[in-house]
Design a protein around this ligand. Structure first.
Ligand SMILES: [Zn+2]
Length: 413
């Protein structure tokens, strides 16, 4: 599927959106925002639409922290008129995901109106939701179109901009993990999509200084990059091009914070720091010889199914069932299939090292995060040593994906 949705990023977002809506013969909308995004852009958009003769039902989500959970989804479903009108999602990633889910389940469309270049999820199909305190990605739908107002993006909180940069930086490790999964675990892979995402990544990273200053070129290149990689996920039909082990670490921390009732940390802030941790694994791999790998693998027994399940129950508690389901292909490995995997790792070691070489050194990634003014280490995120160690050890159990963390586990790193 080649996504062809209209994307506009610039200073005329509202008139462009209105022009698009007239062409599409839309005459009524459900506009969803939170208190901040309503003040930043939602109210202005609502006024412009009303003056233009459109009917607008506005829903402003309130609360200390808006998360994509049962509570907010039901609130939107309760308040939205049931007449097939499209939604307008005015906000950042969370708000967009709530609307993405609600619009999909009510069989209508939505238009994304991002208020910050904070995340790559605007154009994606999957909506990360928190249901029953388990973080899961629900397959829904991409927006009909995206209209991003440049001045609103530039005026967004500095930390949200840095968060978007962190989400973008995560593509270094997600793309490397994707290739690893392709050669070692036969996961579907698409070279052209990989290259497209990589170009967007490189453009954004080259603009770090401009992004720090919230300059026009910097913020627009970041937003374009985030949208482009979002479209790569749509085209790939899954999140592999834009989410690997750095996202699994981020999900693990997110679930920990939720469970303990602690305030959430911005998605991209977690992803950016997690990328520096995952990059350490890739750095280690770059320094390992094939002989060293053979010796290590020879000493690695087939993971014991019952022991692994007991471990997952211990680590994930009430939500362990989900993780056990996700891990079925790994838990069900036989001595024979595990032997084949080990042989493949040795055989493809040169390719694995070439993949590892695409990930910058951890120190360079830390420097990039510092340049844009985002948190650059786990302490700055407010996470303790144990939480970091647990995520490094167990986050790879969250998804059925082959990543560098899985490889590190098999290599006993
Ligand atoms: Zn992300």
């Amino acid at each position: 599927m080649k996504p062809q949705l209209p994307v506009y990023i610039g200073s005329d977002a509202i008139p462009e959106l209105i022009r698009y809506c007239r062409a599409q013969k839309f005459d009524r909308f459900t506009l969803v925002a939170d208190e901040n995004t309503y003040a930043a852009l939602g109210q202005r958009l609502e006024n412009a639409l009303t003056q233009g003769g459109f009917a607008v039902k506005t829903i402003v989500l309130t609360g200390r922290e808006v998360i994509p959970d049962e509570h907010y989804v039901v609130q939107v479903l309760l308040e939205a008129p049931i007449d097939g009108r499209p939604y307008l999602a005015v906000g950042s990633g969370t708000l967009t995901d709530i609307v993405r889910f609600a619009s999909h389940r009510t069989r209508t469309g939505f238009i994304s109106v991002p208020t910050a270049a904070s995340v790559d999820g605007f154009t994606s199909v999957g909506a990360p939701m928190v249901i029953g305190r388990w973080k899961q990605t629900v397959q829904t739908q991409p927006p009909l179109a995206v209209f991003a107002d440049e001045m609103t993006l530039r005026a967004a909180p500095r930390l949200m901009i840095a968060s978007g940069f962190g989400d973008m930086m995560g593509k270094y490790t997600s793309l490397a993990d994707w290739e690893l999964g392709a050669i070692l675990w036969d996961e579907p892979y698409d070279e052209a999509i990989d290259q497209r995402a990589r170009r967007a990544l490189n453009r954004c990273m080259a603009n770090a200084e401009q992004i720090r200053r919230a300059g026009e070129a910097g913020i627009c290149s970041q937003m374009e990059g985030l949208i482009e990689t979002g479209l790569c996920m749509v085209e790939a039909g899954n999140s592999r091009p834009a989410g690997g082990s750095e996202h699994h670490l981020s999900h693990y921390w997110e679930m920990t914070l939720l469970k303990e009732g602690r305030p959430a940390i911005l998605h991209g802030a977690k992803v950016g720091v997690a990328t520096t941790l995952v990059a350490r694994r890739y750095e280690k791999i770059r320094h390992m010889t094939r002989d060293e790998v053979s010796v290590r693998l020879a000493a690695t027994p087939l993971p014991d199914r019952e022991r692994e399940i007991a471990l997952l129950q211990n680590v994930f508690g009430a939500v362990a069932g989900q993780s056990i389901l996700e891990q079925a292909p790994f838990l069900d490995m036989t001595a024979e299939s595990f032997g084949q995997l080990k042989a493949k790792i040795v055989e493809r070691w040169q390719d694995i090292q070439a993949i590892a070489a695409t990930v910058p050194a951890p120190a360079d990634l830390v420097e990039l995060l510092r340049t844009v003014g985002g948190p650059a280490d786990t302490r700055a995120l407010g996470l303790n040593e144990n939480e970091v160690a647990m995520a490094e050890k167990y986050a790879h159990y969250l998804r059925n994906r082959f990543t560098v963390m899985k490889l590190a586990y098999i290599l006993g790193l």
